[in-house]
Ligand binder design. Structure first.
Ligand code: PEP
Ligand code: MN
Length: 341
């Protein structure tokens, strides 16, 4: 239920509504807009139904949220879009951001060389996984803890915010030391204990859609993070399983306009994991940007042939600046701008 306060409602009136919401066992999420404050009363349907707030001092009207996800719904923000701001870079609303880097943090040289290219090309953030979710337990699992200082060094040198994956809550503390955005991989999209911890940690989260998850399931997962008070969730479409065997995954670009309609949260596209092939990355990136995506997360490598993982899909660092130029032109078609630092 959304409780829309009157314009000019006082702090005491807002507090008293919050207290009333809590007294029936529901949670109150206060969202202060330019003119009015809206309080989301989230909890058991029965509790919320018994609020009896009509006519309460300062309350204008009540609006039920009909979707199963509440805080993630577009309705909750009443048309306003969430802009995730990370160290001056912005993603969401009218802002488009490019996130690039190797699949995995594999060595100091590769990490630093790639980070310099990302910075010099005008992209906004650096990616790289220290902990890798691999299909085979016999594949390289990432450098783990040893990879984090390499990300920290790349961040220190280039000033780029870092996006890195967390797979296990036991690694949360060291990851918080370096990550500006914590990635939840497709395989962990429904790891609800992990999502809850990330909601509590408060750091922005990039939440990837599961290989076989629906859009509604993705939004329900985002809700787990939002519910804990962390408002900075970035949704990511990275390809889903379909009957089509000609390519690795089907990049569901319909998810861009649909998610932007259903939710206020930013939507980024990962063309690398969807296609699995370098030469398909550019066309799908341009299509995503032109469709209104709020950003791209893409894998790049100085020598893809030597990459420890996902080399065939990595763009070469050589030529990456031109990729960013084309991508930004496509994003501009969709009315986007770029926050440069
Ligand atoms: C990744 O971004 O490196 C990754 C493993 O992605 P996904 O979880 O989408 O497979
Ligand atoms: Mn990868």
């Amino acid at each position: 239920m959304m409780i829309v306060m009157k314009e000019g409602a006082t702090a005491e009136q807002i507090d008293s509504v919050v207290e009333r919401v809590k007294s029936v066992g529901a949670k109150a999420h206060v969202s202060k807009g330019e003119l009015v404050t809206v309080i989301g009363a989230i909890g058991d349907r029965e509790h919320v139904a018994n609020l009896g707030l009509e006519g309460y001092p300062g309350v204008d009207h009540l609006v039920p949220i009909l979707k199963p996800y509440k805080l993630a719904s577009a309705q909750y923000k009443r048309g306003e879009r969430t802009v995730v701001e990370i160290d001056g870079r912005k993603l969401g609303g009218n802002y488009f951001a490019t996130i690039a880097g190797p699949c995995t943090v594999e060595s100091r040289e590769v990490m630093l060389e790639t980070a310099r290219v990302v910075r010099d090309s005008g992209a906004q953030m650096l990616r790289g996984g220290a902990y890798k979710p691999r299909t085979s337990p016999y594949s390289f699992q990432g450098l783990g803890d040893a990879g984090l200082p390499l990300l920290a060094e790349a961040k220190e040198e280039t000033g780029l915010p870092v996006v890195t994956e967390l797979m296990d809550v036991r690694d949360l503390e060291p990851v918080l030391e370096v990550a500006d955005v914590i990635q939840v991989g497709a395989r962990n999209m429904q790891n609800y204990t992990l999502l809850t911890e990330l909601g509590r940690a408060g750091r922005p989260v990039l939440l990837k859609r599961g290989l076989s998850s629906t859009i509604e399931e993705l939004l329900m997962s985002a809700e787990y993070v939002l519910k804990e008070g962390n408002e900075n969730v970035i949704l990511c479409e990275r390809g889903i399983r379909t009957f089509e065997p000609s390519y690795r995954f089907t990049l569901d670009l319909m998810a861009v306009p649909v998610l932007r309609e259903l939710s206020h949260l930013p939507v980024v596209i990962d063309p690398s994991h969807a296609t699995g092939r370098r030469d398909w990355v550019l066309p799908m990136s341009l299509a995503a940007a032109a469709a209104g995506a709020d950003g791209i997360i893409v894998e790049i490598h100085p020598e893809p042939e030597q990459a420890i993982c996902d080399g065939p899909q990595a763009l070469r660092t050589d030529g990456f600046a031109e990729y960013v130029r084309q991508l930004e032109a496509a994003a501009q078609l969709a009315g986007k701008e770029f926050a440069q630092v």
